[in-house]
Design a protein around this ligand. Structure first.
Ligand SMILES: Nc1ncnc2c1ncn2[C@@H]1O[C@H](COP(=O)(O)OP(=O)(O)OP(=O)(O)O)[C@@H](O)[C@H]1O
Ligand SMILES: [Mg+2]
Length: 449
């Protein structure tokens, strides 16, 4: 059998077992105590009956004992089924007085001490009582009183079985109330763990700063939370070192590249210089893209940052227009003429839009237009008239270092990963569609302030 995985179900099962055991134990213990109490009452009653009969036993004028019981005492021994019986016997066992029809003794064989408890079986019945010694004129007599327990048992059985039923029934609601209380307590105790799980969901390569709340959880779970938080600290440190390394490496490469570029001035062969400069431009572009990629990897958005999309679009369009014109292509900007304010970082959004714009200018055919459109809802779309993106490439183009043509110079395959990361930081939706007339439409939908 599979062990129960949930703490709550374990509690429910253990509770039911515990309450069942307790119910049985309490019922048996109480029944036993009740039996003992009834036995004590019976012994006491028998002793009292014997004493009161003894009080009415006296010597007659001839020296023989006389027993004259008042009617209220006689009544006890005239009950149906002979529940109570008495007899007065002498030392030889001769019965002088008896309440029984056969005039026999209550106990044929009895202890002749002053007072003793007696029991005798008669067929199915058990007679239980006492014998009490009384001396009259130097002769000893014993007053025997007894109760037929088969009659008593019927009564006490009724009491004990009723008691059993009642105790049993009372435990059912108690069990339910206890269960409900316990479940409520545990749900309350486990609630911080649920919260911690929700927080843990957010932890990822881009959010390594989040920690689990170790203070609000139950004491038993706190060591686990603390240990996980320490593990996250170590991972965070590892991530930081790696990210810094990528950024540092890209940064460090810039200086030697500038040195090489300066040295190129000294080379006389202009054709060679032109070739080498083109290669250097490619490497510089790669280094810049790597640096940007490393930067946006760790970038975060402050709560109160706002950016004007109109301003950004105008800026980027103006920046790429000369590049486009040099390639016999044009750039147009339509949509909102008024500022479109969104929650975001202007510099990061500019980088994203610039990457999309450069791609569009690069891929649009000669004598076509790259169309920028800014909707008032905060959506920027850039449409080109190039080959578009094939369905099977739609996911791949956003992956780092992916490019369709690896031999194309100045193509790193990092631009769209940077765009995707910036969209992620801004909670913006990045969409890619193909225009019906051919060409790709990339759009970024930001949240308006
Ligand atoms: N508008 C587009 N039309 C057609 N193909 C595109 C378009 N934009 C991107 N691609 C394809 O997706 C690839 C990845 O683009 P991405 O911007 O990530 O890198 P890149 O442009 O090659 O390099 P970088 O952006 O660093 O200059 C490109 O190499 C190109 O093959
Ligand atoms: Mg690009």
């Amino acid at each position: 059998m599979r062990p129960l995985r949930s703490i709550l179900s374990r509690i429910v099962v253990l509770h039911i077992i515990a309450v069942a055991v307790t119910t049985l134990t309490i019922s048996f213990a109480l029944t036993w105590l009740l039996d003992r109490a009834i036995d004590n009452i019976h012994d006491e009653a028998m002793r009292k009956q014997a004493t009161s009969i003894a009080a009415h036993l006296r010597a007659g004028p001839d020296g023989k004992p006389i027993l004259q019981l008042p009617p209220e005492i006689e009544a006890i021994y005239s009950q149906p089924y002979n529940r109570y019986v008495y007899a007065v016997v002498d030392a030889e066992g001769a019965v002088l007085f008896s309440s029984q029809a056969n005039r026999g003794p209550v106990f044929a064989d009895w202890d002749k001490s002053k007072l003793s408890s007696e029991e005798e079986r008669r067929g199915d019945a058990t007679i239980s009582g006492v014998s009490l010694r009384k001396t009259l004129n130097d002769r000893e007599y014993w007053i025997q009183t007894g109760e037929n327990l088969s009659n008593r048992d019927a009564l006490t059985d009724d009491i004990t079985s009723g008691f059993f039923r009642e105790v049993g029934w009372i435990t059912v609601p108690i069990l339910l109330v206890l269960l409900v209380i316990d479940i409520a307590i545990f749900r309350r105790a486990l609630w911080p763990l649920k919260q911690a799980s929700a927080i843990a969901q957010q932890i990822g390569p881009t959010r390594t700063d989040i920690r689990l709340p170790a203070d609000d959880v139950p004491l038993e779970v706190k060591p686990l939370m603390t240990a996980v938080n320490r593990a996250l600290d170590r991972l965070d440190e590892g991530f930081r070192v790696q990210r810094e390394f990528a950024a540092d490496a890209a940064h460090e490469l810039r200086t030697p590249l500038t040195v090489v570029r300066t040295r190129l001035e000294l080379v006389e062969d202009k054709e060679l210089v032109a070739g080498l400069r083109k290669d250097l431009d490619g490497i510089s572009h790669l280094v810049n893209q790597l640096l940007e990629f490393a930067e946006v990897e760790t970038a975060e958005l402050a709560d109160d940052e706002t950016a004007d999309l109109r301003d950004i679009c105008e800026d980027v369009a103006a920046f790429v227009a000369p590049i486009a014109i040099a390639q016999k292509k044009t750039v147009s900007l339509t949509g909102s003429e008024l500022p479109v304010l969104v929650h975001g970082n202007a510099e990061m959004i500019r980088r994203a839009v610039l990457n999309l714009a450069k791609n569009a200018v690069e891929h649009t055919a000669e004598n076509t237009i790259v169309e920028f459109d800014l909707a008032t809802d905060g959506t920027i779309s850039i449409k080109d008239a190039g080959p578009g993106i094939a369905a099977d490439e739609k996911d791949a183009i956003f992956q780092r270092f992916w490019r369709r043509d690896r031999n194309r110079s100045g193509s790193t395959g990092l631009g769209l990963s940077i765009v995707r990361r910036i969209a992620e930081i801004h909670n913006a939706t990045l969409r890619l569609d193909n225009a019906p007339t051919g060409g790709a439409i990339f759009s970024l939908a930001f949240r308006r302030t």
